[in-house]
Design a protein around this ligand. Structure first.
Ligand SMILES: *[C@@H]1O[C@H](CO)[C@@H](O)[C@H](O)[C@H]1NC(C)=O
Ligand SMILES: *[C@@H]1O[C@H](CO)[C@@H](O)[C@H](O)[C@H]1NC(C)=O
Ligand SMILES: *[C@@H]1O[C@H](CO)[C@@H](O)[C@H](O)[C@H]1NC(C)=O
Ligand SMILES: *[C@@H]1O[C@H](CO)[C@@H](O)[C@H](O)[C@H]1NC(C)=O
Ligand SMILES: *[C@@H]1O[C@H](CO)[C@@H](O)[C@H](O)[C@H]1NC(C)=O
Ligand SMILES: *[C@@H]1O[C@H](CO)[C@@H](O)[C@H](O)[C@H]1NC(C)=O
Length: 458
């Protein structure tokens, strides 16, 4: 044994003479070349590193940035540790070419953002350790290169409010997902469904009020049976979150787990009580109750705007939809805006808006509806100068469309309205002067769109 150590030291010293940068320790146990450069006061990654290095440890230095050239051509590098430096920048494509890299440790640095081009090229990555940084944003495609290889992802102790959940949902080889001590306030439904190799999920100390039910957690219940093989047991930790203990968390309570100390933050009745000690019957939801439904004005002139308001209480917070008097669901478009607070803005009314709009409030416990009456006043149509009015008649359009300038029928162009440059969003409309007809006060332009139905502008 002593002889072996001696041999390694001598060989290491030999290598050092050729490649070993600064105060690093370089070891070659053929064919593996290892560079240990911890606590050597480095300010940047040394350029003299042997490009055939397999393991590189640069822990506890003062490196501030990862540059494009730092790890160029290091195609044999398997393990890279940059923990506890002061790195705040990673150059785009800095890791491109590291196709053998399996472990990247960058915990304890000063990263704030992960961009999609920074982790590019890491096609074999198994362990990505980014804990203890100040990361507040991760671009959606940042993890794309290694979603199918990654086994261990650590993003703990950062400032993350959200994650690229869609990418995480595709990490089918992941066994450890460490997300504790962030500001995460929601988890997308179905995120964990395909992550069948997951053994440990740590969501401790975030801002989660609820957890969406997931089939994977249902399996956790079965596997927490002591007779099941311990290797496939899933541990989920979510203590230190402000859990809102209503009927939406009943599924979680029904899992058999006694070993955790999670508490509820709300509703008031359950505040600070241990999650697992609360009876199932106490996880209650309240169906919606509409507390306010009104329209800003009782009579609306055709074409004018109007605002309809609706508010509802309930637990969980009800979401609000509106239905037109004809029963159709209101969507956001150029004529109607539906705000999340239940307010519906109709920017331009039509006669079809006459009647009872229905506000529909719904949550996990039920549905409530309330009608809001809109009274439309049609615009008068003045047909001649005797002052006599009649109802507007939405008759046939006399617009001729000439999208091609090829046709040369001058006769209708003189008499009729012509539309030119017609495309999906705009058109130029010409119509002949009608000064010979007295009393024209306005023109009415009506268009038919599949999105907005018929609109009338004046
Ligand atoms: C990387 O490899 C390329 C092509 O093999 C070579 O031209 C370049 O000098 C190498 N760079 C370093 C830093 O070794
Ligand atoms: C409609 O648009 C408003 C304002 O842009 C937005 O707040 C709201 O979320 C949108 N509603 C839907 C259902 O997309
Ligand atoms: C709802 O939200 C919109 C847009 O933020 C705002 O203009 C409107 O005043 C709000 N309505 C109510 C009733 O709070
Ligand atoms: C004006 O309108 C009235 C009522 O519709 C009609 O009797 C009359 O003939 C019209 N006059 C002209 C000049 O069109
Ligand atoms: C259309 O008519 C105008 C004048 O009447 C003429 O200058 C033009 O060449 C004609 N275009 C075609 C395509 O026939
Ligand atoms: C609008 O256009 C669609 C499709 O061309 C048609 O089915 C519908 O009847 C039109 N509506 C009106 C009011 O003209």
């Amino acid at each position: 044994m002593e002889r072996l150590v001696f041999y390694v030291l001598v060989f290491g010293a030999l290598v050092k003479a050729q490649h070993c940068p600064g105060r690093c320790i370089c070891q070659t146990i053929s064919p593996t070349l290892t560079l240990l450069c911890a606590k050597t006061g480095m300010l940047f990654v040394p350029t003299s590193i042997d490009r055939k290095t397999v393991e590189l440890r640069l822990t506890d230095n003062f490196i501030t940035a990862v540059r494009r050239k730092d790890f160029l051509n290091m195609t044999s590098l398997v393990h890279l540790t940059l923990s506890r430096n002061t790195i705040s920048q990673i150059a785009p494509h800095a890791f491109v070419g590291l196709k053998a890299l399996r472990a990247l440790h960058m915990d304890g640095n000063r990263l704030t953002v992960i961009n999609s081009d920074q982790l590019q090229g890491l096609i074999n990555l198994r362990h990505l350790i980014l804990g203890n940084n100040q990361i507040h944003h991760i671009e959606l495609s940042s993890f794309d290169e290694f979603v199918s290889t990654i086994e261990d992802l650590d993003l703990s102790y950062n400032n993350l409010r959200t994650l690229p959940w869609e990418a995480i949902a595709r990490m089918t080889n992941i066994n450890t997902l460490t997300l504790d001590h962030n500001l995460i306030d929601h988890i997308c439904v179905g995120t964990f469904t395909l992550l069948t190799k997951l053994v440990r999920l740590d969501m401790t100390s975030n801002r989660l009020q609820t957890l969406p039910p997931d089939t994977l957690f249902q399996q956790a219940q079965v596997l927490s049976d002591p007779k099941a093989s311990s290797s496939s047991k899933l541990t989920v930790s979510f203590g230190g979150n402000p859990l809102h203990c209503n009927c939406e968390l009943l599924w979680l309570r029904r899992l058999t787990r006694e070993d955790d100390l999670e508490t509820c933050a709300s509703p008031e009745l359950l505040m600070d009580r241990y999650f697992w000690s609360i009876q199932e019957e106490e996880f209650i939801c309240e169906p919606p109750l509409i507390t306010k439904h009104q329209v800003t004005k009782s009579y609306v002139m055709e074409g004018q705007g109007v605002t309809l308001k609706c508010k509802a209480m309930g637990d969980p917070d009800p979401t609000i939809h509106w239905r037109f008097p004809d029963g159709k669901l209101v969507h956001n478009n150029s004529r109607t805006i539906l705000y999340d607070n239940g307010t519906l803005d109709i920017l331009i009314t039509t006669l079809k808006d006459s009647g009872a709009f229905n506000c529909v409030a719904s949550n996990a416990a039920g549905i409530a509806t309330a009608a809001v009456e809109v009274n439309m006043t049609p615009l008068p149509l003045i047909v001649n100068n005797t002052g006599h009015m009649r109802e507007a008649d939405p008759g046939l359009s006399d617009i001729t469309t000439s999208t091609k300038s090829g046709s040369n029928d001058t006769k209708p162009q003189n008499k009729r309205v012509v539309v030119e440059n017609l495309n999906a969003n705009s058109a130029v409309i010409h119509w002949p002067s009608e000064r010979h007809i007295p009393g024209i006060r306005m023109y009415q332009i009506q268009y038919n769109s599949t999105v907005d139905d018929t609109l009338v502008y004046r």
